[in-house]
Design a protein around this ligand. Structure first.
Ligand code: HEC
Ligand code: HEC
Length: 341
């Protein structure tokens, strides 16, 4: 057996066995190869400017593919402005937009951006990316196997492999999934069941973190005001929004702008639409695996799950004009429920 066929087979075996054991891999050997290739790329620090940062540096499997930091730290120790979101829920919660303000509408675009983001992997451009990819000769063979129709390796193939890998990262079946999908009452103890009732009823959490979908989505894919508030920037909002408009007219990528300007990052959805009504709006995150993804919110400003619940109870009620009064027991029950997701 030639080296090429052998390496393809080995990769196939790895793909089926690895943490990404998944449905479509079995369906198509080609997809299994792409997932295996995507996994290699995801874990390869040589694809970064300083050779030290891979996707997995910030998206750590044991933390539902988050990093446990307030905001992300990329090449040369550069500190960004945003909290790293989970990748484990992307496929299962049927995300239709990506990043906290939804600046990308396809996963193919979202997986390639970090490579050239100055605060993340810091490459100059896609040409440099392809040079780095080609330095690994063994990998060229794998590319040829995974993309037999492609004449050269381009950013498009890198993106396709990363996309297939990220889509395969479904979070494991949660206690709540077993409760709803299998009709098994045991995974939710009475306290968690009380929490579920509050989440759906009195707390109105499910208005945005939808309990619809099977498995459950826990997001409405919409944008809402942040509880963190705009206090820090409200003083000079007019000049700030004007600066954003100027820079986007000059064609500066939103992702690079928000990663380097903390104040602009706080403007949220406005960065995409430039509509004043969207100032300070952020995408509702899916709460799948939320117990593993501290700290919380787009800017990582909330350190613990208890604090996040306190803030959401206080702020969402206030905002919607139904101030919520929740006892310690009720908040503890909400937490017990969130831990089953
Ligand atoms: C330095 C840390 C860091 C690195 C390295 C990194 N990411 Fe991320 N990732 C983030 C942060 C922070 C965000 C949120 C950025 C924002 O919303 O502005 C994010 C967002 C994403 C999203 C969007 C998720 C969603 O639900 O909206 C995807 C997909 C993603 N990253 C994939 C990758 C891939 C693939 C790589 C490697 C090519 C990578 N990331 C490298 C920190 C990182
Ligand atoms: C109006 C829509 C809305 C309602 C109602 C709502 N949330 Fe949220 N939730 C959001 C948005 C938007 C964010 C992200 C805010 C940010 O990043 O600043 C969020 C963030 C969170 C987070 C942090 C998740 C993370 O990954 O960082 C938790 C936990 C949470 N909500 C729980 C709740 C609970 C519990 C309730 C009910 C008391 C609730 N939410 C009600 C929209 C809502």
């Amino acid at each position: 057996m030639g080296f090429t066929a052998l390496s393809a087979l080995l990769l196939f075996a790895v793909a089926l066995k690895g943490d990404a054991a998944n449905r479509h891999a079995a369906a198509s050997p080609q997809i299994a190869l792409r997932i295996a290739l995507g996994k290699q790329l995801f874990n390869d620090p040589r694809l970064s400017a300083d050779g030290k940062i891979s996707c997995a540096s910030c998206h750590i499997p044991a933390k539902a593919y988050t990093d446990g930091r307030r905001v992300a730290i990329g090449v040369y120790g550069r500190t960004g402005t945003r909290n790293t979101p989970s990748l484990a829920a992307i496929e299962i919660s049927k995300n239709v937009s990506f990043f906290w303000e939804g600046r990308r509408t396809t996963l193919e675009q979202a997986v390639i951006d970090p490579l050239t983001n100055p605060m993340e992997m810091g490459l100059q451009d896609k040409t440099e990316l392809i040079q780095k990819v080609e330095q690994n000769s063994g990998r060229l063979i794998v590319f040829a196997q995974a993309f037999p129709e492609a004449k050269v390796i381009g950013a498009e193939q890198v993106s396709a492999a990363l996309t297939d890998y990220v889509r395969s990262l479904n979070s494991p079946e949660s206690a709540y999934d077993r409760y709803t999908l299998q009709g098994d009452r045991r995974p939710l103890n009475p306290q968690a069941q009380f929490g579920l009732a509050l989440f759906r009823g009195k707390g109105r959490c499910a208005d945005c973190h939808l309990l619809a979908g099977s498995p459950v989505l826990l997001t409405d894919h919409a944008y809402h005001r942040t509880g963190g508030g705009l206090n820090a920037i409200s003083q000079y909002l007019p000049s700030l929004t004007e600066a954003v408009i100027q820079r986007s007219l000059q064609g500066e990528a939103i992702g690079n702008r928000v990663a380097t300007h903390e104040d602009e990052a706080q403007l949220g959805r406005f960065n995409v639409t430039r509509d004043p009504a969207d100032i300070g709006l952020f995408r509702t995150p899916s709460l799948r695996g939320v117990a593993l993804t501290a700290p919380y919110m787009h800017d990582g400003s909330i350190p613990t799950l208890e604090d996040a619940i306190d803030q959401e109870v206080y702020y969402r009620g206030l905002q919607a004009g139904y101030p919520l009064n929740m006892s310690v027991e009720e908040r503890t029950a909400l937490k017990a429920f969130l831990e089953t997701l």
